[in-house]
Design a protein around this ligand. Structure first.
Ligand SMILES: [Zn+2]
Length: 417
């Protein structure tokens, strides 16, 4: 008796693993092809809060003059979408975006120094979800959530945490991550496709223009080059209570929010003849000057009428961490618009789904069966399949996961040639 099993992986999509096994013999107990297919994806006073977003953005514009044109095109697309489509944007659909953390350490053991612990990363993710779902109830629910990726770009299982040693990459060990400098090389160590993941790099230091106080993080706008797109957090400002809203602030930038004081310089307010096109492009965050920390809620904004309290608590401000607890309704609409347009590929990502394991689909037939007696197939699949599909002549017959499949009546003698 000759017996062979063919394993034939089939890719239905990048993320969909399908492994099938078919049994063929020189003899045929009955005129059926029995096959087992396994689908894996179907198968499968606190510190001042500063960020380097504006400086990083300026650097990108300086490096590529066409980038500003791209930003203008993107802005026009956002404004077109928001104009008259509020109901479609605020549709109560909760989106979940896969996140991958890249901890760029200096060779320390996990949980030490810049190689911060998994618990600290998970706390940061919890902080982000807490704020975006407005669990505190002070602002507007963004109805966007974030999961730690379970599936790597190649479809394999992942913890959603990449730990890479950045020692020796562009003097990282002596200066940290420098935007426009060693940034690209450091990000290249472990970046995942930005169409499917929100990349979050955690670094021990960020080079900025803030003297002895490095910024807590920075982020890229939609349209940024794919080899740098994502957010960067300082390790000691990640997943700790005194910096709990830093990640929220940076992800706000990732979804095209600007600082609420955007465009103001020193004691000079930003132009304000059209709140949708100037400043932070948001009309329910009145223009104001950049604060130097604290939580000042008395006084007025640039129009000398509206209370500064309107924006003191906003996540996109530079007030103290403990002061910030909300996004406004227009900020939420802008972020959701970005997710439906400029970053809509994130909504199709399967990064939150379990990864595909090395499943081997297989089965054996029961021992010698004489003519017209029950015939049993035993599932011997290994590797943790999530679902099963038994096919008879290519047509699904059963989806049982039990090891004992079905009894068939052998229509010919098993040993007949
Ligand atoms: Zn910022």
């Amino acid at each position: 008796m000759h017996r062979s099993i063919n394993l034939s992986p089939k890719s239905i999509a990048q993320w969909l693993c399908r492994i099938s096994s078919s049994l063929s013999s020189t003899w045929r107990p009955f005129p059926l092809t029995i096959s087992l297919a396994i689908l894996l994806t179907i198968c499968n006073s606190l510190p001042s809060q500063t960020c380097y977003f504006d400086e990083s953005l300026q650097g990108m514009v300086n490096a590529d003059i066409q980038f500003i044109q791209k930003l203008e095109i993107n802005e026009a697309q956002l404004q077109d979408m928001m104009n008259g489509n509020a109901q479609a944007i605020m549709n109560s659909v909760v989106y979940t975006i896969p996140v991958v953390f890249h901890v760029i350490h200096l060779g320390e053991s996990v949980g030490t120094g810049s190689n911060i612990s998994n618990a600290q990363l998970m706390q940061a993710l919890d902080d982000l979800n807490y704020d975006f779902r407005d669990i505190g109830g002070a602002g507007t629910d963004v109805e966007i959530e974030f999961c730690l990726a379970q599936r790597a770009p190649d479809g394999s299982p992942s913890t959603g945490i990449n730990r890479v040693n950045g020692y020796g990459v562009g003097d990282y060990e002596s200066i940290g991550m420098a935007t426009g400098g060693n940034e690209t090389a450091l990000k290249a160590l472990s970046i995942w496709p930005n169409r499917d993941y929100l990349n979050i790099w955690v670094v021990y230091n960020i080079i900025g223009d803030f003297g002895s106080t490095p910024p807590n993080g920075f982020a890229t706008l939609p349209g940024a080059p794919s080899n740098v797109d994502g957010i960067v957090l300082r390790a000691d400002a990640t997943g700790v209570s005194s910096y709990s809203h830093v990640i929220t602030h940076e992800v706000g930038h990732f979804f095209a929010l600007y600082h609420t004081f955007e465009g103001s310089v020193g004691s000079t307010c930003a132009p304000n003849t059209d709140c949708h096109l100037q400043g932070d492009r948001i009309c329910d965050t009145p223009h104001h000057l950049q604060p130097s920390g604290g939580c000042v809620t008395t006084g007025t904004t640039c129009d000398m009428v509206t209370s500064i309290a309107e924006v003191a608590h906003n996540y996109m401000n530079y007030t103290d961490n403990s002061c910030r607890d909300r996004f406004t309704a227009e900020q939420v609409m802008r972020m959701r618009t970005v997710l439906m347009t400029l970053r809509n590929t994130l909504t199709y990502s399967l990064g939150c789904e379990p990864g595909c394991t090395s499943v081997i689909a297989d089965f054996i037939e029961s021992s010698a069966i004489p003519y017209l007696t029950p015939y049993t197939f035993v599932n011997t699949t290994s590797g943790g399949a999530l679902s099963y599909s038994w096919l008879l002549d290519g047509v699904e017959y059963d989806t049982t996961t039990k090891s004992l499949f079905k009894n068939f009546i052998a229509l010919t003698n098993r040993f007949a040639k």
